[in-house]
Design a protein around this ligand. Sequence first.
Ligand SMILES: [Zn+2]
Length: 286
Amino acid sequence: MKPLLTAAMLAWAATAVAVASSVPAPPTAGTASDFRLAGDMTQGGVLRGTAPAGTIDLRLDGQPVPVDADGRYLIAFDRDAAPQTRLTARLSDGRLIDRPLMIAPRAWRLERINAPMRPTRNSQAFMAIRMPELERIAAARAMATDARGWRQTFIWPRRGRISGLFGAQRIYQGTPGAYHSGVDVAGATGEPIVAPADGVVILAADKPFTLEGNLLMIDHGHGLDSAFLHLSRIDVKPGEKVRQGQTIGAIGATGRATGPHLHWSMKWHDARIDPMLLAGAMPDGS
Ligand SMILES: [Zn+2]
């Protein structure tokens, strides 16, 4: 039985037409807007889109970008991404659609310290422990899973006061230190954290890493992954599938941490991205 068109449906259709007609015409003949990008075209930002119909190969700055059967894809820009890149689609009829992308710079929080940067002296004993840890992280990141969380609207793994911003950096008498690779959420030891999106566990530390402490990493598919640092406990195992909102561990202060908090960092391939741009503003009442 066919549903009857209701007034509400007709009103929706009229709105859709109005929205479509208000989109400015693209500068070049009708193809450049076909990437249908939505998100933050900024340093540390993430964009999701739908490739032009007939796309057989999509590239960002020459690097292949996977495209789902329905045309959906994700791209992201490193914290220090150059101001311009390009997205190129090759179509089955041989046409090439090329779109330059202008990446807006961010005003990162910089803190000037009137003291010299402390030299990092990594003893042989430290490196003997650290190198295998770095190898485990690299091996985890190299894993590709069929997780589909990258398509979802991300949620905060823990609600709370944001105590450290992604990208923040200390400058020691003119010499920049390493920037903050994630976002920090204040909390008490033992408070549960949840998966911000569906994924597959690619690393669950069995004992604390020297810097990250109890480290949990989740792959969200299409090269996007999350890392949760300093946990007091981890509730999931490597290879396990997790659902958005599922409890995966708890806040702690393991590894190099001055107090209990959640450090959440995200990467898209080698690009470090700002989790706050995916999860949005922290909900009220946190
Ligand atoms: Zn942090």
